[in-house]
Design a protein around this ligand. Structure first.
Ligand code: AOF
Ligand code: ZN
Length: 349
């Protein structure tokens, strides 16, 4: 029998790295965790990736080791994703690992992002011992939707819904402001701040005249603004708030979600927040393009009025669009003021 390629210390470190990874925020980047072990298998440092634009898990772990004054020469890094080999929003982790003098890297799964892949080969070329496959099942599971979006070369898509207990986004007379409370609405602003584009249909823009901007805790507009995207053919008013004055506005005629996603990917958008209305939500859901569902449920009943999703094409229970709780990123359920926030991801097909 061949010797087990992984030490018991590496096996438990991978479990720990997977737990750490789940602390990150889903979106344009994968969830990644890392643990650095000394020659005896003791933990020197840990790290994880908090979300797009922040240090990668490997860099975070190396920084934590440095801060703790740990000597990582010859140490082993156990990480849930192949270290990247590119300069994106941050520098290449492969080079950081080589520079730090590590002796061995154990990673779970390869990087499906062509632009970043190649870390394993670069590490080997530098004389570092590299092994992969440990924790591959759970690591692949953790980033299943991100991996699919990356492979399809389309943005990761979050759909936000905010409704009454009986799933309505407006009362019978059309009134809708406000169903959820101020804390939930502010939480939604924070969601906007971490995406590349915010998308709504012409119906919502005409009915509600939303700004679709990311705002800070004090209500002021954040410095970095996502692209504001309106889909549909209807003409929106010349003075619609969504147009803004910063040129970060785009109207795409046509509701075909796959076409919209491809168009936005081509413009560099990697994470889209779909905010409604019900027709747009239904179209993206039916196309199977929603990677994350964030639902704010308010403690009130309307009994009539507009449902949060239309046109799903479900006629019988067996055809229901099924979701499972997403325990990463702050938990599957949370009270936000008087409202309940739910996070879900699609059931695997
Ligand atoms: C992460 N976190 O811990 C690792 C990643 O735009 P960047 O520079 O953040 O690069 C993102 C890519 O880097 C990502 O798509 C993936 O291929 C690779 N590795 N990414 O966000 C991490 N290790
Ligand atoms: Zn990296």
């Amino acid at each position: 029998m061949p010797a087990d390629p992984f030490t018991p210390g590496e096996v438990s470190a991978m479990d720990r790295a997977l737990d750490l990874a789940a602390r990150g925020v889903r979106g344009a980047n994968p969830l990644v965790g890392a643990v650095i072990l000394d020659a005896d298998g003791a933990t020197l440092a840990t790290g994880y990736h908090r979300g797009a634009g922040t240090p990668h898990a490997e860099a975070d772990a190396l920084a934590n080791a440095r801060a703790a004054g740990a000597d990582v020469t010859g140490a082993t890094m156990v990480v849930t994703l192949e270290p990247c080999n590119h300069t994106g929003r941050t520098g290449p982790c492969s080079q950081a690992i080589i520079n730090a003098g590590l002796g061995r890297v154990v990673f779970a799964v390869g990087d499906p992002n062509d632009a970043a892949a190649g870390g394993a080969a670069a590490l080997r070329a530098a004389g570092i011992d590299v092994a992969s496959g440990l924790g591959a099942g759970p690591a692949a599971e953790l980033n299943a939707r991100w991996t699919a979006a990356t492979a399809e070369r389309r943005p990761f898509i979050t759909l936000k819904l905010a409704s009454s207990l009986d799933g309505r986004i407006a009362a019978e007379d059309g009134s809708s402001q406000w169903i959820t409370g101020p804390e939930a609405r502010r939480d939604g602003q924070r969601l906007r701040a971490r995406v590349d584009a915010i998308l709504a249909g012409t119906g919502t823009v005409i009915a509600d005249n939303p700004r679709l901007t990311a705002r800070d805790a004090d209500g002021g507009e954040s410095r970095r603004q996502p692209l504001r995207v309106v889909v549909g053919r209807r003409q929106i008013p010349e003075d619609a708030a969504v147009r803004g004055s910063d040129g970060r506005f785009l109207q795409l005629a046509g509701h075909d979600p796959a076409g919209v996603a491809a168009d936005l990917y081509g413009r560099g958008v990697r994470h889209v927040l779909v905010e409604g209305g019900a027709t747009v939500a239904g179209a993206f859901l039916q196309a199977g393009l929603v990677d994350e569902l964030v639902v704010y449920t308010a403690p009130l009943l309307l009994g009539a009025g507009t449902g949060s999703v239309t046109g799903l094409g479900v006629h019988t229970l067996a055809d229901a669009s099924r979701w499972r709780w997403d325990h990463a990123a702050g938990g599957a359920t949370a009270m936000v003021g008087d409202d309940l926030r739910l996070r879900l991801e699609p059931e695997p097909a």
